[in-house]
Design a protein around this ligand. Structure first.
Ligand SMILES: [Zn+2]
Length: 337
């Protein structure tokens, strides 16, 4: 089993970042005779008042481009720390977390699931409140079928536990945080999902999501992201972000977002990719991959700034109720954009 090149790249970035970064080993995953680490990379303020943003990739091993987008953003931060005074200032007042490879075993094996055959994004204890689609919604029948949640009554997988613990320690411990989990999905659009996945019911922090979207529409001109609750696409059991959102301390604002990069954008331009599993989920031609990375780096930087400046756009008081009505009209009362 060869060590995935992404792990080697992360080693190099940690060396380059030196004292600017804290690297924390969250767990190790066995694949055959090999053991691969799941690392977190932490930057910036350790104050528990500071807003925080976390970037996550590689939850589904097969979707390499998700990990690559997070690694590219990490690389950009590490390189900018060498010269960019504004970034140093930003990090004095905010916390930055990266977990670029949540499922290194799946990455090494080229599978969506982890080496135990468990789909980490179906692995939390959250049960859907409404009917979920067969298999896709998560199943406990067998690890040889996709979307396996784990055996009935089994503890969460070590990768899921590690992810939950670092989110609790570094994001949920703070009054304001955003999580970005990067995936590659089907379809023609880049989608940004917010919770819930286990029910069509809206979340408490709909006003904050709406304000963030509006700030994005006004700032990232002509962006192509389609922002919607995950429940508009399908409902599922075991979503880790639903689990973490439901466990966030009262009074805190935690906005977990999932980026689903539209893989048909690249398959359409190179239909031969339909015949390879890797090609279905990842842009194969190098210039196309570069274009994908470039497009999303802008967005990840926007989210970082938005988290740092949350006090300037986050609705409070009566503005929240107004925002909630706008958001209900946009996403829940027939309006789907
Ligand atoms: Zn995925």
């Amino acid at each position: 089993m060869r060590t995935p090149s992404e792990l080697l790249e992360l080693e190099g970035l940690a060396r380059t970042a030196g004292a600017h970064v804290e690297r924390r080993l969250l767990c190790e995953v066995g694949v055959g005779a090999e053991r691969f680490p799941v690392h977190a990379f932490l930057f910036g303020s350790t104050s528990l008042d500071a807003p925080a943003v976390g970037f996550f990739g590689g939850v589904h091993g097969l979707e390499r481009i998700g990990a690559e987008v997070v690694i590219a953003h990490l690389r950009s931060v590490v390189m900018r720390l060498r010269w960019d005074e504004t970034l140093h200032r930003q990090l004095e007042t905010m916390r930055l977390l990266f977990v670029p490879l949540v499922n290194p075993g799946g990455l090494a094996l080229g599978t969506r699931a982890n080496p135990n055959g468990v789909d980490l994004m179906r692995n939390s204890p959250v049960e859907a409140l409404e009917r979920v689609p067969y298999l896709v919604g998560g199943q406990r029948i067998s690890s040889s079928l996709p979307w396996f949640r784990g055996a009935p009554g089994a503890a969460m997988e070590s990768e899921s536990t590690a992810l939950c613990r670092i989110v609790q320690d570094e994001l949920l411990s703070r009054p304001f945080s955003i999580a970005i989990d990067c995936h590659s999905g089907f379809g023609l659009h880049d989608r940004v999902w917010f919770p819930f996945a286990h029910t069509a019911r809206p979340i408490e922090h709909l006003p904050e999501i709406h304000a963030l979207c509006e700030t994005m529409d006004e700032t990232l001109l002509h962006h192509r992201y389609l922002i919607e609750p995950q429940s508009h696409q399908y409902l599922a059991h075991g979503d880790l972000w639903d689990h973490l959102y439901l466990g966030a301390p009262p009074g805190s604002v935690f906005l977990p977002l999932t980026l689903e990069m539209g893989s048909w954008l690249w398959v359409r331009k190179n239909p031969r990719q339909l015949f390879s599993r890797h090609g279905l989920f990842n842009p194969v031609i190098e210039h196309r991959q570069q274009r994908v990375l470039r497009r999303h780096l802008n967005w990840l930087d926007f989210i970082t700034r938005a988290a740092a400046s949350q006090a300037r756009w986050r609705p409070i008081g009566t503005e929240r109720q107004h925002r909630r009505e706008l958001a209900m009209a946009r996403w829940y009362r027939g309006g789907r954009r």
